[in-house]
Design a binder for this molecule. Structure first.
Ligand code: URA
Length: 183
C-alpha cells in the first residue's frame, strides 16, 4: 500500500462513530523515513481542529523535550493509536482501537522505524503489552520484530503531575542515546 492509498482510506473511514463526530482526521505527521516514531493515544481538541497530532498544550511540552535532547521534530514521525477525536477526550474504546489499528500498522510498515516510543499508558498497553505499567516500566526498551519499543509518560500527564518531569527527561535522554547507538 502507498502513502496516498493509506491516507485516502483513512480519510474516507467511518468504521466507528468517531468518523462522524471528528472535525478533521488526524492521520500523522513528520518524516516518513524517520528512525524514530512517536505514538500517542488520540487527538484532542486542538488536534481535531488542525488535523495535526500533538499541537495543543501537551504537544508543546513534547516539543520542549525533543529540543532538550536535540531531536528535531522534523526528523521524527508522530501518530496516534486513534485517528479521530473521542468526545470530551475520553479514553478510546477497544472497538475504536480495533478499527483504527490497521492504519497505524500500515504506517509502521511504510516508515520501518528503528524505534517506536509510546506516549503514555494507552499506547503502551496497545503496542507493548496489555498489562504495561507506565509507572514502573516507562523508559525500558523492548525488542519487537525489527524495532525497539519503549514508552514514556504522556506529556498531558506531566502537565498535571510535574513531579514526573525529571523521569521524563531521563527517559528522553536514554531514547536519544539509544537512537544514536542504532544509527
Ligand atoms: N494527546 C495525544 O495522545 N495525541 C495527540 O495528538 C494530542 C494529545
Amino acid at each position: 500500500m502507498t502513502w496516498e492509498e493509506l491516507e485516502s482510506a483513512a480519510r474516507a473511514c467511518h468504521a466507528c462513530p468517531l468518523g462522524d463526530t471528528r472535525t478533521n482526521l488526524v492521520f500523522g505527521t513528520g518524516n516518513r523515513e524517520a528512525d524514530l516514531m512517536f505514538v500517542g493515544e488520540a487527538p484532542g481538541a486542538k488536534e481535531d481542529e488542525q488535523g495535526i497530532p500533538f499541537v495543543g498544550a501537551a504537544g508543546k511540552l513534547l516539543d520542549r523535550y525533543l529540543e532538550a535532547v536535540d531531536i528535531s521534530r522534523d526528523d521524527v514521525y508522530i501518530a496516534n493509536i486513534i485517528k479521530c477525536r473521542p468526545p470530551n477526550n475520553r479514553d478510546p474504546l477497544p472497538a475504536e482501537e480495533a478499527c483504527c489499528m490497521p492504519f497505524l500498522r500500515e504506517q509502521v510498515k511504510l516508515i520501518r522505524p528503528k524505534m517506536i516510543v509510546c506516549l503514555g499508558r494507552i499506547a503502551a498497553m496497545k503496542l507493548i503489552k496489555p498489562d504495561f505499567k507506565i509507572t514502573s516500566e516507562h523508559g525500558q526498551f523492548f525488542e519487537k520484530g525489527d524495532f525497539l519499543i519503549s514508552a514514556v509518560y504522556h506529556p498531558a500527564l506531566l502537565l498535571r503531575d510535574p513531579r514526573k518531569k525529571e523521569d521524563m527527561l531521563i527517559d528522553m535522554k536514554a531514547i536519544k542515546a539509544k537512537l544514536d547507538e542504532l544509527s
